[in-house]
Unconditional design. Structure first.
Length: 190
């Protein structure tokens, strides 16, 4: 009987610690206001450029990680950081400079570190998981022609709404902000 109890406790701890997989409905496009911000930076005379990612798999990168906060820390959430950032950065660059894969001007973006942290809304009555805090850090080296530079970009946002106003909106806004920071930086260095 004692062995059965120990086995039951081990199984319960394993189930509790294993968490569950969470798939959230991320949007991988820049918001209208972010596209407008990119268009305000327009220097079409400097483009078009081609964008090359290092590693080449970055635009398809999906991280599986737990939340940074207490709620959802054990769960495993799919965060399409490479997909979300690469699409947004490319769209922002296209709006500001113009992107054409056959251009002889090649902007190489070498990703050293890309990390998104998030926290779920706390509360017993939350039926669907909503993210109410998001942070993103992107460290990359850029090169175009003979010019090279390295930058670190950071953005953080907290949703003041109790229970979160959107499941993924806070992360998407942070990624929009990072993309516009990158576009502004590239335009400045062209």
């Amino acid at each position: 009987m004692k062995k059965l109890r120990i086995f039951f406790v081990i199984v319960m701890v394993a189930v509790f610690c294993s968490g569950c997989a969470v798939n959230l409905p991320f949007n991988n496009r820049l918001s209208y206001s972010a596209v407008s911000s990119a268009k305000d930076l327009a220097v079409k005379a400097k483009g078009p450029i081609a964008v090359k990612w290092v590693p080449p798999s970055f635009p398809e990168r999906v991280d599986v990680q737990g939340a940074s906060g207490y709620v959802g820390g054990v769960s495993q959430t799919r965060i399409p950081i490479g997909v979300g950032l690469a699409n947004r950065i490319s769209e922002g660059l296209d709006s500001a400079i113009g992107v054409n894969d056959s251009s002889k001007k090649i902007l190489t973006i070498d990703i050293y570190n890309a990390k998104t942290e998030f926290e779920y809304s706390a509360g017993i009555f939350n039926v669907t998981p909503a993210i109410d805090v998001a942070r993103c850090t992107l460290e990359a080296e850029f090169s175009i022609g003979k010019k090279r530079w390295k930058e670190t970009f950071f953005s953080e946002l907290k949703d003041p709404t109790i229970g979160g106003s959107s499941q993924t909106g806070v992360v998407e806004k942070v990624w929009d902000d990072i993309a516009i920071q990158v576009v502004r930086n590239v335009v400045k260095n062209l």
